[in-house]
Design a protein around this ligand. Sequence first.
Ligand code: GDP
Ligand code: MN
Length: 381
Amino acid sequence: MDLFEYQGKQFFARFGIPVSPGDTADAVDDAVAVADRIGYPVVVKAQVQVGGRGKAGGIQLADTSDEVRAHAESILGMDIKGHVVRRLWIERASDIEAEYYASFTLDRSAKRHLGMLSAKGGVDIEQVAEEDPAAIARIHIDPVAGLSEEQTRAWVAEAGLDERATDGAVDILQKLYRAYTEGDADLVEINPLILTPEGKLHALDAKVTLDGNASFRHPEWDELEGLESIDERERLAHEKGLQYVGLDGTVGVIANGAGLAMSTCDVVNQVGGQPANFLDIGGGASAEVMANALEVINTDDKVKAIFINIFGGITKGEDVANGIVTALGRVELRSPIVIRLDGTNAEEGRAILAAHESDTLISKPTMLEAARAAVELAKGA
Ligand code: GDP
Ligand code: MN
């Protein structure tokens, strides 16, 4: 679960990480009122879950109410890489002497947490990693032993920050590590972490991904989830307990198992099509689950054909086929369906589907043939 910057900053603040005072605004007048309250100069910041807002014009400094008004007008409704801005975060502007980068995430292959710290912050960290990898100081942390102050100090020294930043950085990194572990996050990133002319450090941006598997012990997260989901399809899918990720193509994809769902998207691409989504319905393929999946895909206007790719394991082919047929009776679909059914009792399943075949319900024996048929249908529509 990704947080917006302002939510990330609220999360950081709970762990004692310094952030600028500010508030959200969903309308121009509110933005001016917030700015008047916190005092000038302020920064008007687009709240979208995508990086590079600064470059896109979604972050503007303002010295007066009129400037806030003008910036709020231009940023609200702005499209930043496909994300429409519906909310602003207004905060007291900071003076910047240096911009650093700091993050914690999990390094699965090392079976350790990974901390990254760089004196080259403010810019895209992927770019730094590519052009000047030595500028990023890395530390692997044993999750049981944790991160000691001593280790943190050595790590900060390696990163080559300004001397005045040392103590502040050690303090913030220890708090950030606590936020990451105790706060049940998969990623915490501060870019930029700034040094002010007064020699103080604080978080000017916040990127936080919470670990959804830990939501059961965080009742306070319900509030975050309810706030805003940009993609209506994803909201509906989430409500129905489906693993769904919205994409931009025209071929709706339903598969059982995350690996198969990914392969299905790949095959659709391979034969010249574009998946409209990733949707994993999990192990079983009951009529209930199938109907839910079809309903979600049906809300997507861009979908011109649906590709159902099921490999029966424990669930038998005939049960899958019956599930699909029942689901089709429940949902009035706008697009034709191509089904590839394989695995346990595939023959029996295909026989059931054969009895229902039509122009809008096509069964193909292999994944590749099914993908071709679905892509052709999507293009022809
Ligand atoms: P991003 O572009 O989406 O990563 O958004 P950031 O919140 O990181 O802001 C981008 C850049 O805007 C920062 O790297 C700063 O250079 C600049 N910026 C943001 N807030 C302030 C501020 O309070 N004062 C000044 N002078 N610049 C700021
Ligand atoms: Mn940033």
